[in-house]
Write a protein of this length. Structure first.
Length: 253
């Protein structure tokens, strides 16, 4: 997405704070930093994008428009297939191998029609050794503020069950639950409290997504909150919280 995001990922990977990084292969900094990520020792996934980096300005879609068209059956299948193929081709050129997993920018990989064509592409392209897919199934999370819990359940309602059925029907693995959903605001102290709660309720094969950056990303809604995330994840308290909960950061088992 941006060089400041890339640098945050590489720094966190070097210190064992993240186990995976999702790549936007159409983004402006992907080509420059893919080689560094390849040597980081963490899982590398494809972050499927249908909204951030359009092929042409005329094809730019907001998330709300994409969701509406997906549910109305108005997305062109050929356009979906071509856009997916372009992103997978770019990933394989950069890394010389398939992605370890696949997820989506703003969770678009789980939307109707997109998810079906994505799973078909994975089955066709990778046969019996497909990447795992990031599921958005929400956790109950007692003690979490109402709005983050509501947002997590809305995201899950947009396609978690449908994606899981497709994936498991094709023998593809998914994570158990998705943690890390919130409103991308509140600063370091607020984010630290959320992380502490997520870790307290984390279980095997849960994914805790994060959005760090070493500097604010221009024209990016989370703004400086990305920097707040990076500082919390890079700080000494994060390792202590993992130890207290008996957790480790690692690849999907």
């Amino acid at each position: 997405m941006d060089a400041s995001v890339d640098l945050a990922i590489l720094a966190l990977a070097a210190h064992g704070r993240v186990s995976a990084a999702s790549c936007m292969t159409l983004g402006p900094s992907f080509g420059a930093h893919a080689g560094l990520l390849a040597g980081s020792g963490i899982e590398t996934g494809l972050h499927v994008d249908f909204t951030a980096f359009p092929d042409t300005p005329a094809e730019r879609l907001s998330l709300s428009v994409l969701i509406a068209r997906a549910y109305a059956g108005l997305l062109d299948g050929g356009w979906i297939d071509a856009r997916l193929a372009r992103q997978f081709d770019a990933f394989e050129r950069a890394f010389g191998r398939p992605p370890d997993y696949v997820d989506g920018h703003q969770h678009v990989h789980q939307l109707p029609h997109i998810r079906a064509r994505l799973v078909a592409l994975l089955a066709r392209r990778y046969g019996n050794a497909p990447p795992w897919l990031r599921a958005t199934r929400a956790a109950s999370l007692p003690g979490m503020p109402h709005l983050p819990r509501l947002k997590a359940h809305v995201i899950a309602a947009l396609g978690a069950a449908g994606l899981a059925r497709l994936a498991h029907g094709h023998g593809m693995r998914t994570n158990a639950r998705l943690l890390g959903v919130y409103g991308f605001q509140g600063g370091e102290q607020h984010y630290a409290a959320l992380v502490r709660n997520w870790l307290r309720h984390a279980g095997d094969r849960d994914v805790l997504m994060c959005h760090p950056a070493v500097a604010p990303v221009p024209d990016d809604p989370p703004g400086g909150q990305r920097v707040a995330e990076y500082r919390v994840l890079a700080g000494p308290a994060f390792s202590r919280w993992l130890d207290e909960e008996g957790l480790r950061v690692g690849p999907l088992a």
